[in-house]
Design a binder for this molecule. Structure first.
Ligand code: GDP
Length: 316
């Protein structure tokens, strides 16, 4: 069945996460009625036998493989074993089961940390494996690169229609706002919010403020995922981003201006900076005809509203 038939069976692996939940919202909005999901308790994606049983019983025709253990710079630095083991296993079991149980098309989502630490900017798809990785997230990046190579290998050996997309740094509803394990944007929303509630005018921001990041709203990513599922069927991966970046200092100032304008930024330089810059070259995606639509200020403001509705009781 084509991805236009509302009855087509679509499995979203990782439906509770930032990305998976956005894809489910998007599929529901398009009217799909057979969206398949399984919680962690129902299905351990690291267990090949369990994953095989699930695919045998549910027979998805399309798979969005967006499950994994994810986190910000501190979680990656302190929990490297979980980041490499969980992700390598999850990617392998789902890709293998998708092959065994004749999935029509699978989209695997990587991460922009797969590119070398000193990659020329903006980072083209062809720069993969052109140099050493950023040490703070190397175990995660190695697992993510293995996922791309899995899709390519199954395509080469079995002719599987498995594709990979590489999103830039993401944010939006259902993001992780835990200060130890989150990424920078939700962490700073929370920090400025808590300072505002407590009447404090200083907020601690990690690193030097000079690294640059590109940020994409997850609803735009979900839109792009459906777009590439419909319009891309190549061995090569495809970058998904906005094509624009800003420094962590500029990002922190934007979040401050929206959440708590009087606050002053205090830089904790004992925390790592990570990759100096991670701007994707999105020419390939733009040439196919896709562009993002959510501006960064608008995205921060709506994510802050979401945070207020869902975390107000736990944050300050
Ligand atoms: P990365 O893109 O993989 O490096 O992940 P992050 O989103 O966790 O971090 C991006 C940059 O933001 C790094 O340079 C961090 O040091 C910086 N940063 C500043 N304040 C924070 C914070 O409160 N939490 C996080 N996670 N990063 C922060």
């Amino acid at each position: 069945m084509a991805l236009s038939n509302p009855k087509v069976r679509i499995y979203v692996a990782g439906h509770r996460g930032l990305v998976g939940s956005a894809i489910v919202r998007r599929l529901e909005r398009e009217g799909f009625t057979n969206i398949l999901t399984a919680t962690r308790d129902q299905l351990d994606l690291r267990d090949q036998a369990a994953v095989n049983d699930w695919f045998r019983a549910n027979r998805p025709e399309y798979v969005f493989l967006v499950a994994g253990t994810v986190g910000g710079i501190w979680a990656n630095t302190t929990r490297p074993a979980e980041f490499i083991y969980d992700n390598m296993m999850i990617h392998a079991t789902v890709v293998h089961a998708a092959h065994r149980f004749d999935v029509g098309k699978l989209l695997y989502l990587g991460s922009s940390c797969i590119y070398p630490r000193n990659c020329p900017q903006p980072m083209k798809e062809a720069y993969l494996l052109g140099g050493p990785l950023e040490p703070t997230n190397e175990p995660y990046a190695i697992a993510k690169i293995a996922g791309i190579k899995l899709c390519q290998a199954y395509r080469r050996q079995y002719g599987s229609s498995f594709i990979s997309a590489i999103p830039t740094n993401l944010y939006g509803p259902n993001d992780n706002f835990d200060l130890e394990s989150s990424h920078v944007l939700p962490a700073l929303i929370r920090k400025f919010h808590e300072a505002r509630i407590a009447g404090r005018n200083e907020v601690i921001v990690w690193g030097s403020g000079s690294p640059r990041r590109e940020l994409l709203h997850v609803d735009d990513l979900a839109d792009a995922c459906l777009f590439v599922m419909r319009n891309w069927d190549e061995e090569d991966h495809i970058n998904v981003g906005t094509g624009e970046d800003l420094s962590i200092r500029e990002l922190a100032e934007k979040i401050r201006d929206i959440v708590h304008p009087p606050a002053r930024l205090v830089w904790d330089t004992t925390k790592p900076d990570g990759m100096p810059r991670k701007l994707l070259d999105v020419t390939r995606l733009h040439d196919l005809g896709w562009r993002h639509s959510t501006g960064l200020e608008e995205g921060i403001a709506s994510t802050y509203r979401w945070f207020l509705e869902h975390h107000a009781g736990t944050a300050g």
